[in-house]
Design a protein around this ligand. Structure first.
Ligand SMILES: [Zn+2]
Length: 63
Protein backbone atom coordinates (compact mmCIF):
# COMPACT_ATOMS: atom_id res chain seq x y z
CA UNK A 1 0.00 0.00 0.00
CA UNK A 2 1.34 3.27 -1.05
CA UNK A 3 0.63 6.66 0.13
CA UNK A 4 0.51 9.16 -2.60
CA UNK A 5 2.18 12.34 -1.85
CA UNK A 6 -0.24 14.72 -3.29
CA UNK A 7 -0.26 18.42 -3.00
CA UNK A 8 3.42 19.02 -3.09
CA UNK A 9 4.10 22.28 -1.57
CA UNK A 10 7.02 24.36 -2.48
CA UNK A 11 7.45 26.09 0.75
CA UNK A 12 10.03 28.71 0.50
CA UNK A 13 11.40 29.56 3.85
CA UNK A 14 11.56 33.17 4.69
CA UNK A 15 15.12 34.18 4.18
CA UNK A 16 16.03 37.54 5.49
CA UNK A 17 18.80 39.29 3.66
CA UNK A 18 20.76 39.40 6.87
CA UNK A 19 22.10 36.62 8.99
CA UNK A 20 22.05 38.70 12.08
CA UNK A 21 19.33 38.38 14.64
CA UNK A 22 16.33 40.38 13.60
CA UNK A 23 14.23 42.45 15.94
CA UNK A 24 11.00 43.71 14.58
CA UNK A 25 10.85 46.83 16.63
CA UNK A 26 13.28 49.06 18.40
CA UNK A 27 11.56 48.12 21.65
CA UNK A 28 12.37 44.47 21.07
CA UNK A 29 15.98 45.32 20.38
CA UNK A 30 16.26 47.50 23.43
CA UNK A 31 14.72 44.81 25.61
CA UNK A 32 17.46 42.49 24.45
CA UNK A 33 20.11 45.12 25.07
CA UNK A 34 18.88 45.44 28.64
CA UNK A 35 18.96 41.69 29.06
CA UNK A 36 22.49 41.46 27.68
CA UNK A 37 23.63 44.35 29.84
CA UNK A 38 22.47 42.46 32.92
CA UNK A 39 24.39 39.34 32.08
CA UNK A 40 27.45 40.73 30.40
CA UNK A 41 29.50 43.73 31.06
CA UNK A 42 32.17 45.56 29.22
CA UNK A 43 30.38 45.86 25.97
CA UNK A 44 28.44 48.74 24.63
CA UNK A 45 25.55 47.39 22.63
CA UNK A 46 23.42 49.55 20.46
CA UNK A 47 20.50 48.91 18.19
CA UNK A 48 20.38 50.12 14.66
CA UNK A 49 17.88 49.90 11.87
CA UNK A 50 19.12 47.88 8.96
CA UNK A 51 18.61 49.28 5.51
CA UNK A 52 18.88 45.87 3.90
CA UNK A 53 16.01 44.17 5.70
CA UNK A 54 14.27 47.07 7.39
CA UNK A 55 14.43 45.43 10.81
CA UNK A 56 16.60 46.06 13.77
CA UNK A 57 19.90 44.48 14.68
CA UNK A 58 22.24 44.79 17.57
CA UNK A 59 25.82 45.76 17.27
CA UNK A 60 28.47 45.87 19.91
CA UNK A 61 30.98 48.60 20.07
CA UNK A 62 34.22 47.80 21.72
CA UNK A 63 36.19 50.59 23.11
ZN1 LIG B 1 19.29 43.53 8.25
Amino acid sequence: MRYKTTGKKNIQPFEPPCRKTIYHTREDAEDMIRHIAETRTGRMITAYRCEACGFWHLTSKQK
